[in-house]
Design a protein around this ligand. Structure first.
Ligand code: BGC
Length: 787
């Protein structure tokens, strides 16, 4: 089979050369080096310059076939592919979005007799809220089997940028405000997906924390904040999981575009961290293809012929050494060698969607967070009659928009989920919502992906039942549930009004429902079907219980119903803080930065591109590092989440009182309530801060118990290493752990500390000296703590 392929490649090549009038290849075609069979350097040496500049540049945007090598399109709807050179045994490979499931066209050639729907898994923020890396790996394994079975070589995810600000439009695609959580989740996901023999692309490298001006913004950030917060998760993932690829980001970082930045991609990623794979650009990211090659950004996606031409010209004019290009090519070929396409993998186009839906449902249930539960409102008592309010109760949001969206065959609505779980939903309200939503749908016909991206259809206003209807339902039903829905995605950040804050209609509705039901001694449960943080302060008093369901994937309704009914005891905890108010957010003053409209020019596809910059003045004080250190009380803190049971912590022991290389903390967690459940145990360290400013505490480890029966205990061991004690000392370009006393706090959240112990580090440790790179060129008025 392989032989056949290479013979036909030779014919193809010959025809290709005849058509293109390309240069004559001197070597006899039968003795051409072949990828995988001949030494890599011979394969590279046998490539023409024309082939080289096409290989480092993808086949174009959803138009494979450019260059004549990839027709017909192998996986319609995939985000891109690379140039094939059949005469040298080099296949093209296919890359596809996205972080919550394979994103390809579900229908091909208008033939709906065979479909290509994929599983929508819960969004990353929900997965992180499970604090369960085994679970995330399991999701990755199911996810990766779909990548493989749909004929894709590399999945464009997971995303692990930091939740710097609640308004970040892509926060749902990312895990956490904390780099340890983000890094560990990413490793688990990468290991899971790649166990299927396909690749991942962890993204977006780096400091890409907003969508506003995403192709022109210059992120100005201190070296320390960069190293400790924005690079850390990538470092953890690269060192522990070695993903096949890394995707550079759209933004500039302290000056140059990330994809053009040698210090970021080569000095830090490859030399300091030992990354072995290839780096690809984000779609149309960066400006200068020659600088991108030199930086080590090996593959430009999706690729344009102008980029190939500029690289070709640079080689001709001696401004790009072919040695550099050959290194880029070597790294691309190394990845192609591992790919299913190279191995001629016979993909089925038939993943086990049923099995994967179960994985998705289970993960959704493990990552939902019970924020409030006054008077044991939840779980619902059997067969309670529910008055179900809120548009998204009937039109649930499985995941975010843009490249983070998934074309799934179905989504179980909350109403369906409740019905499946045996809870009768009031029919009148159901019908009113159905009519209203149908009418709204008719008013806003479905737009193409591109039209929607450019001009998103606003969500329908909440349907407003009259007070008489609400009063009637308060008399008829046993309980009210109101779902608040939010959606966002790439291309724009969220807004404060009618998004972070509830709309007036939502506020009125919640308070009217609460009044009517409370007057009858009945309760109101609020379910949050959201991808990022919203305001809770203004309305939470109206709710007796609040379940944060996030965007839970295609089994949404079933998963929420399982938690609400008590079939599953909620065990998720926040991996991102809910502040009291937006103005408390440490980056509020510096998000999304400032624009320079007088310098606007035409960017990609003729869009106006406005130069912009954002300065991370909050420095390392992101999320709980800020709220805890500066004692700003949040609405719901990092690490917080309730359960239907209770857990007691006891017997914290460190295996030594003096640190030498590592230290292990062990603590016993007991389920002291009446229902089986799981607990997330968090380990925070408070470090001495004589020579460096430090947050009051930082998360350094976490674990989740197994399902503990009432009365059952489990001892959890968490080990921390020298690196975990260190902070980045910019004056010395080194990771340094100060001598002194370190406190270990074991908590059920970052503020609910249950056990403490301390150890000493007799002598300062200099763990690693790094390069002096990526320094900001302007002074940053960085936040410091006064402790
Ligand atoms: C996004 C990436 C995505 C790529 C391909 C870009 O707009 O930023 O995350 O992988 O498109 O669709």
């Amino acid at each position: 089979m392989k032989k056949l392929r290479s013979e036909s490649s030779v014919i193809l090549f010959t025809i290709g050369m005849l058509i293109s009038g390309g240069g004559v290849f001197s070597q006899s075609s039968t003795s051409l080096p072949q990828l995988g069979k001949s030494p890599m350097r011979e394969v590279i040496a046998a490539m023409t310059l024309d082939e080289k500049v096409k290989l480092v540049v993808g086949n174009g945007f959803r138009m494979p076939g450019q260059g004549g090598q990839m027709t017909p399109e192998k996986v319609p709807g995939a985000a891109g592919s690379t140039f094939a050179i059949p005469r040298l045994g080099i296949p093209g490979i296919v890359v596809s979005d996205g972080p919550a499931g394979v994103r390809i066209n579900p229908i091909r050639n208008q033939d709906s007799s065979k479909t290509y729907y994929a599983t929508a898994f819960p969004v990353a923020t929900l997965l992180a809220s499970s604090w369960d890396t085994d679970l995330v790996k399991k999701v990755g394994m199911a996810f990766g089997s779909e990548v493989r079975d749909f004929g894709i070589d590399i999945l464009l995810g997971p995303g692990l940028n930091i939740h710097r600000n609640p308004l970040g439009g892509r926060n749902f695609e990312y895990y956490s405000e904390d780099p340890l959580v983000a890094g560990k989740m990413t490793s688990a996901m990468v290991n899971g997906i790649e166990s299927n023999g396909v690749g991942t692309s962890i993204k977006h490298f780096a400091a890409n924390n907003q969508e506003t001006d995403r192709n022109s913004v210059n992120t100005i950030v201190s070296e320390r904040a960069l190293r400790e917060i924005y690079l850390k998760g990538f470092e953890i993932a690269v060192k522990s999981a070695q993903p096949w690829t890394v995707m550079s980001s759209y933004n500039k970082l302290n000056g140059p575009y990330t994809s053009e930045n040698y210090d970021l991609i080569t000095t830090i990623l490859r030399k300091e961290w030992g990354f072995k794979g290839l780096v690809m650009s984000d779609w149309f990211g960066g400006k200068n293809p020659v600088d991108q090659m030199k930086a080590g950004n090996d593959l430009l996606m999706p690729g344009t012929s102008q980029q190939s031409q500029r690289i070709l010209d640079a080689v001709h004019h001696d401004s790009l050494d072919t040695k550099v290009l050959d290194e880029n090519i070597g790294r691309i070929l190394n990845i192609i060698l591992q790919s299913p396409s190279f191995k001629n993998y016979k993909y089925s186009d038939k993943p086990d969607l049923k099995k994967d839906a179960e994985v998705s449902r289970d993960a959704a249930e493990q990552g939902m967070i019970l924020l409030k539960n006054e008077g044991a409102t939840l779980p619902l008592k059997k067969s309670m009659k529910v008055a179900l309010f809120g548009n998204t109760s009937y039109n649930i949001i499985a995941g975010g928009t843009g490249s983070g969206d998934v074309n799934k065959a179905y989504t179980i609505s909350f109403e369906q989920g409740l019905a499946n779980a045996g809870f009768p939903v009031d029919n009148d309200i159901k019908k009113s919502y159905a009519d209203y939503l149908m009418d709204q749908k008719a008013k806003h016909p479905k737009k193409s992906f591109f039209q929607e991206f450019m001009n998103p259809t606003p969500p329908p206003q909440e349907w407003m039942p009259g007070d008489d209807v609400i009063a009637q339902k308060a008399a008829d039903a046993d309980i009210a549930i109101f779902t608040i829905g939010r959606n966002a995605g790439e291309g724009r950040d969220r807004k404060l009004e009618n998004d972070y804050y509830l709309s007036d209609t939502e506020k009125v509705l919640i308070s009217h429902i609460a009044q009517a039901f409370h007057a009858k001694n009945k309760k109101l449960v609020v379910v949050l079907n959201i991808g990022g943080v919203i305001d809770v302060t203004q309305w939470e008093n109206d709710a007796d219980a609040i379940l944060l369901a996030w965007q839970p994937g295609l089994e949404a309704g079933n998963a929420i119903a399982d938690v609400i009914s008590g079939k599953v005891n909620p065990s998720g905890k926040l991996a991102t803080t809910f502040p009291m108010d937006y103005k408390d957010v440490p980056s509020a003053k510096n998000f999304p930065g400032k624009e320079f409209p007088d310098q606007a020019k035409n960017g990609n596809f003729g869009f106006r591109e406005i130069p912009a910059e954002v300065t991370y003045e909050e420095g390392i004080y992101v999320g709980y590092r800020y709220y805890n250190t500066f004692k700003v009380k949040p609405a719901y803190e990092f690490g917080y989440g309730l359960s239907y049971t209770r857990f007691d912590y006891s017997g914290l022991k460190l295996n030594s009182s003096t640190f030498s290389g590592k230290i292990t903390a062990s603590v016993t967690v007991k389920n002291s309530g009446k229902i089986a459940g799981r607990e997330v145990v968090q380990l925070y360290v408070s470090a001495p801060s004589k020579t460096m400013d430090k947050p009051s505490e930082e998360l350094k480890g976490f674990a989740k118990t197994r399902l503990l029966q009432p009365g059952e205990s489990q001892t959890i061991n968490i080990t921390i290493y020298s690196r975990d004690l260190a902070s980045f000392d910019t004056n010395r370009e080194s990771w340094v752990a100060e001598a002194g006393t370190y406190t270990v706090s074991i908590g059920a959240s970052s503020l609910d500390i249950r056990q403490k112990a301390s150890f000493s580090l007799p002598k300062e440790l200099v763990i690693e000296k790094d390069h002096k790179v990526l320094s900001p060129t302007v002074e940053i008025n960085e936040l410091k703590s006064v402790r």
